[in-house]
Design a protein around this ligand. Structure first.
Ligand code: NAP
Ligand code: HSE
Length: 432
């Protein structure tokens, strides 16, 4: 019997994702020979501390020398699952220069420096795949760049951060406040010790930049994405949203409009019967609209050892197949357009505002006048509660430019009848 071909791989990092990749590739070892016609073998693993024992990972594979991996001509694929900007960026570029293909899960780096990484991969005729960088185990980059490539894609919208979706689910279903729900997410290992990137919307913003670039064939970087997190969402906001038949979700929205690209991440009221409202706990979902296909939706686990490992291994198999058929570098950078990015101030939304006012005659008329003077049309206004001389109002606006809302809020905040503007949350409106 002919000895099966062997494709040698190096892992850069063996934390959560790296361990998942190692487990999947080890479990699929024999299967791969039939699946792709070669064995896929991890032969070296880069870590900071090569002496530290790592459960389930043979110590003989560990190294703290990146150069050792570069100097091994038999290693054809490098999997970067270290995270962070540096040294990950330098290592990936070096790997291309040393003739290796790269698979990465590093959203921070790709959302920042994608252009340079793709150009370098292309220069050396190497594959650079990154399915795991967005929405963990959910296949979404491949659908955007390949399966749906026959479409003019106009919208990508989704829940792409599991930690915040878990927190909002607990606040909605168990009446927990933000701090307790965050603590629970940390205890369950969803949120990191420093949860800033998740709860401030930065993690979701990086994923939206990558998806917008892939969907609209134009470079969108993290700096182009408006981000707002969930730290200001209160139990009252969630309760009032429920009374209106809505849930509050942290949504990423990317649209390709005739005036440019919109890309943003912020909390949003969405109707409780909308498909994205049923995405609970740490699950992710991405909705994509194309002119030919219509609406499509992708759902699953957006993080974790095995789900993210699954996406990485899918990419590794693609690279291996390309190696076996001598066709690497088939799908490189797909950003061949240069579409302008719209400013957040120009984007239209409906808004939910929760306002604390002094309870006096004429207050409502004064507030209505401020909105009117700024061309903001009010769809609903409700007094929720009055305690002593204070009242809480909830105002829902019709669709209006963000600038008009910001101008209204600036005026309202300077008025003596206003105690506090407690919340400003955008409201999903399918017609915008
Ligand atoms: P992690 O658990 O912190 O693991 C990082 C690994 O990289 C560790 O083994 C660490 O080595 C190694 N490492 C870090 N810096 C290094 C350096 N300078 N030199 C050598 N080794 C270094 O991270 P993770 O959660 O697996 O995430 C990895 C990547 O996947 C990130 O880009 C992340 O955004 C992305 N991602 C993660 C998830 C998820 O669910 N966790 C989901 C999607 C995407 P030591 O152990 O020696 O410190
Ligand atoms: N921290 C992310 C989340 C997973 O909570 O979804 C890694 O992208």
């Amino acid at each position: 019997m002919e000895t099966p071909k062997k494709i040698k791989i190096a892992l850069l990092g063996v934390g959560t994702v790296g361990t998942g990749v190692y487990k999947i590739l080890s479990g699929q070892k024999d299967e791969m020979i039939n699946k792709i016609g070669a064995q896929l073998e991890i032969v070296k693993i880069l870590v900071r501390d090569a002496q530290k024992e790592r459960k389930g990972i043979p110590g003989k594979l560990l190294t703290d020398s990146f150069q050792e991996i570069m100097d091994d001509p038999e290693i054809q694929i490098v999997i970067e699952v270290m995270g962070g900007l540096e040294p990950a960026r330098t290592y990936i570029l070096e790997a291309f220069r040393h003739g290796k293909h790269v698979v990465s899960a590093n959203k921070d780096l790709i959302a920042e420096d994608g252009k340079e990484l793709f150009e370098t991969a292309q220069k050396y005729g190497k594959d650079f795949l990154f399915e795991a960088a967005v929405a963990g185990g959910i296949p979404i980059i491949r659908p955007l760049k390949q399966c749906l490539a026959g479409n003019n894609l106009t919208e990508v919208m989704g829940i792409v951060n599991g930690t915040t979706n878990f927190i909002l689910t607990k606040m909605t279903e168990n009446g927990m406040d933000f701090a307790d729900a965050l603590k629970m997410a940390q205890e369950l290992g969803y949120a990191e010790a420093d949860p800033t990137a998740d709860i401030e919307g930065l993690d979701a913003g990086r994923k939206m930049a990558i998806m917008a670039s892939s969907a609209f064939n134009t470079r969108v970087t993290f700096q182009d994405v408006y981000t707002e997190g969930i730290t200001k969402i209160s139990a009252d906001d969630i309760r009032y949203a429920k009374e209106m038949g809505c849930d509050i979700k942290l949504l990423g929205v990317a649209k390709n409009t005739p005036d440019g690209i919109e890309v943003r991440v912020h909390p949003m009221l969405i109707p409780s019967n909308h498909a994205l409202a049923s995405v609970r706990d740490s699950f992710n979902a991405v909705f994509v609209h194309g002119d030919a296909v219509g609406d499509t939706m992708f759902y699953g686990r957006g993080a974790g050892e095995l789900p993210t490992g699954s996406a990485v291994v899918g990419d590794v198999i693609d690279v291996a197949r390309n190696i076996l058929h001598s066709c690497n570098g088939r799908i490189g950078c797909t950003c061949y357009k240069n579409i302008p990015i719209k400013k957040m101030e120009e984007i239209c939304n409906s808004y939910f505002l929760r306002i604390q006012v002094f309870n006096r005659p004429g207050v409502l008329a004064n507030i209505a006048a401020v909105f009117g003077n700024n061309q903001v049309s009010i769809a609903q206004i409700v007094q929720k509660k009055a305690v002593k001389d204070c009242a809480e109002l909830v105002v829902i606006t019709d669709a209006v430019r963000e600038k008009n809302i910001r101008d209204s809020v600036t005026v309202l905040e300077g008025m003596s009848i206003i105690k506090e503007i407690s919340s400003i949350i955008r409201v999903y409106n399918p017609e915008e």
